[in-house]
Design a protein around this ligand. Structure first.
Ligand code: PMP
Length: 285
């Protein structure tokens, strides 16, 4: 991704794609002091753009990093970089991090908080699993407890176990991994929230150790609008075999049906397909 034409917004300026570099002594590279957003622009409009900008600032606060850019300025940055790259349908990656500076230790209050926004075309996150149903591995890594990490932050450090889990899953021919939380309850995939269907009801984990995704909240609203009850509750591993359908939600994943988790199979059923189509309509409306 580093060697190509285009522009990246960096600390208030549009720079050439190839010049959007940082120093090796960047604090974030050593201590994971970075937060980010994944967003999608459809027909020239970023879906829930402000909610993403607000979450980016909030994630920063949770990591004791006050972003030097307001929500309005972040919104303007995203617009500018989409225009500069001439993209109307794109994935948007906003990133804020503690840079290199006076301090090289764990504490680095004097180092600048930096920010970048990059945009590029990104199709279906799970490829044709979007239609066939994704195959998920069961991760050996657990989502940590809320007194171990700030689970509501979309923070780079939380993705270390996600990358390891997803690599292990892909080595087994799976698209992603489902993770349990520190208590052993069903949590989420490595970059998406999870939902199950049973007897006309939808069940999804309480977001008390996971990211309460913007897509998750949107889909819960959609389901409620369809008159389908959504139950947020603790879901045990032993319940997996009793669910009829399963799907993932996320900005990149959108709504992707799941066909298999470990040894359990799910139908790519009518509700999964309906929610997936309705979400597609909503984001383009
Ligand atoms: N959980 C994790 C771990 C994620 O990385 C993401 C993607 N941001 C989600 C859930 C879904 O969040 P959203 O719907 O806000 O993209």
């Amino acid at each position: 991704y580093d060697d190509r034409d285009g522009f990246i917004w960096m600390d208030g300026k549009l720079v050439n794609w190839r010049d959007a570099n940082v120093h090796v002594l960047t604090h974030a590279m050593h201590y994971a002091s970075a937060v980010f957003e994944g967003e999608r622009c459809y027909n020239g409009k970023i879906f829930k753009s402000r909610a993403h900008s607000e979450r980016l600032r909030k994630s920063g606060e949770l990591l004791d990093m006050e972003l030097p850019w307001s929500v309005d300025e972040i919104e303007a940055a995203k617009d500018a970089v989409l225009k500069a790259n001439n993209l109307t349908d794109a994935y948007v990656r906003a990133l804020a991090w503690r840079g290199a500076g006076e301090d090289m230790g764990v504490a680095a209050k004097r180092n600048p908080i930096r920010m970048a926004v990059a945009v590029w075309s990104w199709g279906n996150y799970y490829g044709d699993a979007k239609f066939k149903g994704a195959k998920l591995d069961i991760a050996k890594w657990k989502r940590p407890s809320p007194d171990t990490t700030p689970h509501a932050a979309k923070a780079a450090g939380l993705y270390m176990i996600c990358t390891m889990s997803k690599h292990a899953a892909e080595a087994k021919g799976c698209s992603d991994a489902m993770m349990f939380d520190y208590r052993g309850y069903v949590a989420e995939a490595t970059g998406a929230n999870i939902f199950f269907v049973k007897d006309g009801q939808v069940h999804t984990p309480i977001p008390d150790a996971i990211l309460n995704g913007i897509t998750r909240q949107t889909v819960i609203g959609m389901l409620e609008g369809m008159g389908i009850p959504v139950v947020e509750r603790r879901i045990e591993a032993s319940e997996l075999e009793s669910f009829e359908q399963c799907f993932l939600t996320g900005t990149a994943a959108e709504v992707t049906p799941v066909g298999q988790i470990g040894d359990y199979n799910f139908e790519v059923g009518a509700l999964c397909k309906q929610v997936s189509l309705d979400y597609e309509k909503l984001v383009r409306a």
